[in-house]
Design a protein around this ligand. Structure first.
Ligand code: HEC
Length: 118
């Protein structure tokens, strides 16, 4: 009798453990994995021309900070507020709203890889 109770207890414990392990998967926003080194020419330039240089260029509404060359973008990313502003929830760039997590991950990886040009 005692053994049966003990076995039932063990079995329930096992059920509890296995169930708790298979349950919740926290849904995260899909981020495309980055498999290669990120470079300005290959990855960052098109992000800037698609989302930033309509304003951040000579003659544009934000011409005080041109983001049209490698040196300009690198300076702003390394020493300025480019990465902070792109990731800001309260004051993002572009001001219309933060870009997708996949794009922001490319910029973060560009920094991690050492702001490579090519
Ligand atoms: C619709 C025009 C527009 C677009 C598009 C835009 N910006 Fe801006 N940006 C501005 C204006 C105007 C300011 C100045 C006001 C402010 O700081 O919010 C500014 C400010 C900034 C600053 C702060 C500069 C400083 O020295 O204070 C950074 C960095 C920046 N933008 C980066 C970006 C990046 C990177 C993108 C693209 C991902 C982008 N911006 C897209 C108009 C724009």
């Amino acid at each position: 009798m005692k053994i049966t109770i003990y076995k039932t207890f063990l079995f329930s414990l096992l059920l509890l453990i296995t169930n708790s392990c298979t349950s919740t998967v926290i849904p995260l926003e899909e981020v495309t994995p980055i498999l290669e080194l990120v470079t300005y020419e290959k990855d960052v330039k098109t992000i800037m021309t698609s989302h930033c240089t309509n304003c951040h260029i000579a003659g544009g509404s934000a011409s005080f900070l041109s983001l049209n060359t490698y040196t300009q973008v690198r300076n702003s990313a390394e020493f300025g507020s480019l990465i902070g502003r792109m990731n800001s929830n309260t004051n993002p760039m572009p001001s219309s709203g933060k870009l997708s997590a996949s794009i922001l991950a490319i910029i973060d990886q560009w920094k991690a890889d050492g702001f490579l040009e090519n």
